[in-house]
Design a protein around this ligand. Sequence first.
Ligand code: LMR
Length: 396
Amino acid sequence: MFKNLPDYVEDPILGLFDAYRADVRTRKVNLGIGIYCDEDGRVPVLASVRAARERIDGTEPCIYLPTEGLPGYRNAVRELVFGGATTDLQERVVTIQTAGGTGALRIGAEFLASTNTKPQICMPDPTWVNHQAIFQAAGFEVSHYPYCTPDGRFDIDGALATFKALPAGTVVLLHPCCHNPTGIDPSREEWGRLLDAIAQRALLPFFDMAYQGFAEGLDDDAWAVRECARREMPCLVASSYSKNFSLYGERVGALSIHAPGLEVAKVLGQLKVIVRRSYSCPPAQGAMLVATVLQDVQLHAQWRAELDGMRLRMLGVRASLHALLTRELPDADLSFLTRQRGMFSYSGLSGAQIERLRSRHGVYVVSSGRICIAGINASNIAQVCEALVETGFKPR
Ligand code: LMR
């Protein structure tokens, strides 16, 4: 029994995180998994979330949530993603609570696969390491569009050329902000051209928004999603509250489906069928915290300020890293560090350099060369710079 199972191939991000945790060196630095740490190197417990926890703790028995999640959470999240009031949105957007952003992607993928006998998706190259596996597991055929030019910009021409050759109905995976792994985002003008092409070819956008608030701010970061809705184009949005609420382990996410003329009850019904057979209903605690914060005027404002603080700290880290490395590598073009946005920076480090960073310096970087900027702080930045220089890091 179970003799013919394939060997386990470790996930490149989670496997690296395990290796980091097992490393007994004290001067190790985690620039691998996308987890935001504060200036003291700690994963923050946001004051707004702590206040919400005090309000809800012990007051309710822990019964099952509805299959589609907490009503207050679903309304608050829908407003955060699409901007506007629930009363205006509920006719054309169905939002369900999911087990993290990953759960939203998987439920969305299954929903789309159930409506199409030969589902196809086109995703950026590169993209988050788990995207391909999630959609393939749901029965999708996966293709890619080019994402970066050799000089580290968004490859608008490559993306448009690919979109224009896709069959109608193909799902297009888009990162509305803080592209993972590159940190390179299209400009608004480029988003406009992408959405034009998507509409012309009758493609279906599926936005994966895991970092809302980490690039320019909550509203700016959702611009592409809201522009899609403003144009009355159908789309799906997977959103995650792991990073912007610092609630990674609570698995707080949502799937929203936007379509003008949407048969809301039918779509919701099919999503409930898929959730019920997958995990029955989502976990309660994280969604209660997020809903409590978002629905309370003061906590909401406090959370926005805390989120701004995280965003500004990452910008500061980018500037400091740029300044320190420029001193060591005066001839290198390091502008990518301050141009890219969000948690990640795509460094161009080679496999050998990444290996040496880890074995010799205890600095953990994902095999794609993605650096998690949010793991850097005043006490480890010199170590990171020295390690990068020592490995012979030569940016593009
Ligand atoms: C990442 O990209 O590091 C995060 O989204 C965490 C994960 O699950 O991969």
